[in-house]
Design a binder for this molecule. Structure first.
Ligand code: NOJ
Length: 559
């Protein structure tokens, strides 16, 4: 097969471009490994699993927040941006972990949560004590209420996790919170806020951190000038640069300063934006003048469907090229239902699993096991994963997906932790089901997660997925991931692909510049191969002449 695809990447310095095709493994620290037995995963726990991460073959880890936090939102309510939660360890532990990961060639990305602090942050405590009109309140978004005595919130806006977006404090003023009431939004118009985050970014960069994942990157800049629109009016304002709360053009002034800071390091620190914005707005965040890369959540929202997958890949490769960045791919993370479960539940009435990413009808109705086809979900998930890992760009994996974990749907009401569950009175199942501590072995009080009981209960079936069970089994999902990552390292080439028409609407086939080919059969009928194909890897039992239904194969370059 001829090599007609361009190979060059826009950036030529290999050390600086490590992130462009990286496999980044997301660690949700409190659920990864618990060294001290308090039930909460910790940094020494991660340190004890560095060999596991190296054997898996990831290029980087991204740590969800590990900072001091009251855990009103799983750590995304940060009380101190420049420290480690004492339950998770110390700064020395952090340094030791970074050193051990670096020694194994694994880079470290940390989560930065700039839109809001915890209500326990010293700034917010100061704001409460200092009272209305104070400089301390200026750091947040405080307003007087409406109606007689200001007893009504300034607007009727609803927070992301449900319930009002304003909370009243003792002296009668209200503050704005996009998320839970324990997460007051910062006022990014203030130079002091901007400087403090630059200090935080420098703090972690100086400690050897290689990059940052930016939480709700689209929300920092806001326009709170009067009159504030009503909820109804707000919903009618297009989100294209001038919406009061989201994706305002001037947010990139903030990131331009961050970029200058990142580029002052050698190699430059990287950043990836978590920005839930319209596709055509994504390149702004991913451009080299801004954060440099942005998540694309389209695969995570898609059904297991060839047409959807193809459109998503083509669109996102074009967007990445437009921005000068590489594309990103995600099937699971700590905010959504795990992909084997998404692919195994009955389709919603619109025929799409997209709705289930944050709960969906099936989960809301209690997650009836009888309606979940676990085996099929797993099979499709393995196929989707191999498809994703064959794509150019960075792949973000979420801890536990390499074990083929499904969502835990039967968490007892009194064990839930997610504010989404609480703020909707349990109507939304929330995200705890994908945050259950990992099973490492089949025994002990927490299946090897640690010496104590886990902070979220593990179901009995978790044991079947334990690392110790899958370790030596060539057919296991863990072995598939290890093999795929090792091969990907050898094969990854260029940032382009070419579609090859398979002749079937439910079969996608693409080729990379070096001739590496990926075929995914999304249908149930086997797909015939010519017989001279050399199969490097198959998600489930392909032969030289046939790709079974719901299966991906990787084919070696033909010559
Ligand atoms: C996005 C994070 O991924 C999610 O877990 C968190 O709840 C919100 N941002 C608020 O920080």
């Amino acid at each position: 097969m001829t090599d007609a695809l361009p190979r060059e990447t826009p950036e030529t310095d290999a050390a600086a471009a490590w992130w462009r095709q990286a496999v980044v493994y997301q660690i949700y620290p409190r659920a990864f490994a618990d060294a001290d037995g308090d039930g909460i995963g910790d940094i020494p726990g991660i340190l004890s699993r560095v060999d596991y991460l190296a054997a898996l073959g990831v290029d980087a880890v991204w740590l969800s927040p590990f900072y001091p936090s009251a855990l009103a939102d799983g750590g995304y309510d940060v009380a101190d941006y420049r420290d480690v939660d004492p339950r998770l360890g110390t700064l020395d532990d952090f340094d030791a972990m970074v050193a051990a990961l670096h020694e194994r060639g694994i880079r470290v990305v940390v989560d930065i949560v700039p839109n809001h602090t915890s209500d326990q942050h010293e700034w917010f405590q100061e704001a409460l004590a200092a009272g209305r009109g104070s400089a301390a309140r200026e750091r947040y978004i405080f307003r007087e209420g409406k109606g007689e005595g200001g007893v009504e919130p300034p607007t009727d806006w609803v927070s992301v996790f449900g319930g009002p977006a304003w909370e009243r404090v003792e002296d009668g003023q209200w503050y704005f919170h996009h998320f839970a009431k324990e997460q007051p939004d910062l006022n990014w118009d203030l130079r002091e806020v901007r400087d403090d985050f630059l200090k935080t970014l420098r703090f972690w960069s100086d400690r050897g951190v290689d990059g940052f994942r930016i939480d709700v990157a689209e929300m920092l800049a806001k326009d709170f000038s009067d009159p504030l629109p009503s909820r109804e009016e707000l919903a009618l304002i297009p989100i294209d640069g001038n919406h009061p709360l989201s994706d305002r053009d001037e947010v990139h002034e903030i990131y331009a300063e961050w970029r200058a800071l990142f580029n002052s390091y050698d190699p430059p620190r990287t950043a990836v934006a978590e920005a839930w914005v319209a596709s055509h707005r994504v390149p702004r965040y991913a451009s080299p003048e801004s954060l440099g890369q942005a998540f694309n959540f389209d695969l995570l929202k898609a059904s297991f469907d060839a047409g959807e997958f193809r459109r998503i890949v083509s669109d996102n490769l074009a967007l990445a090229a437009e921005s000068g960045s590489s594309s990103t791919w995600v099937l699971s993370n700590h905010d959504v239902v795990r992909h084997p479960t998404r692919y195994g539940i009955p389709a919603d009435p619109a025929g799409s699993t997209a709705e289930v990413q944050h709960g969906g009808e099936w989960l809301r109705a209690g997650g009836d096991e009888a309606l979940l086809d676990r085996e099929r979900g797993t099979r499709r998930a393995r196929a989707a994963t191999l498809f994703m890992l064959g794509l150019p760009g960075s792949a973000y994996l979420y801890q536990g997906e390499e074990l083929g974990l499904h969502e835990v749907v039967d968490i007892p009401a009194d064990r839930h932790q997610d504010p989404w569950f609480f703020r909707t009175g349990g109507e939304e199942p929330g995200r705890d089901g994908c945050r259950v501590p990992l099973p490492w072995t089949t025994e002990g009080p927490s299946l090897g997660f640690g010496p104590g009981e886990p902070q979220l209960p593990q179901p009995a079936w978790f044991a079947q997925h334990a690392v110790s069970v899958q370790d030596g089994d060539p057919a296991s999902t863990l072995s598939l991931y290890r093999r795929a990552l090792a091969l990907r390292h050898e094969l990854q080439d260029g940032e382009q692909l070419a579609w090859h028409e398979s002749g079937r609407a439910d079969v996608l086939w693409f080729r990379r510049p070096n001739g590496w080919q990926v075929i995914t059969n999304f249908g149930t009928e086997p797909f015939a191969l010519s017989g001279d194909a050399r199969i490097l890897l198959s998600s489930d039992g392909a032969t030289a002449t046939e790709v079974p239904g719901e299966t991906t194969v990787w084919l070696a370059p033909t010559s």
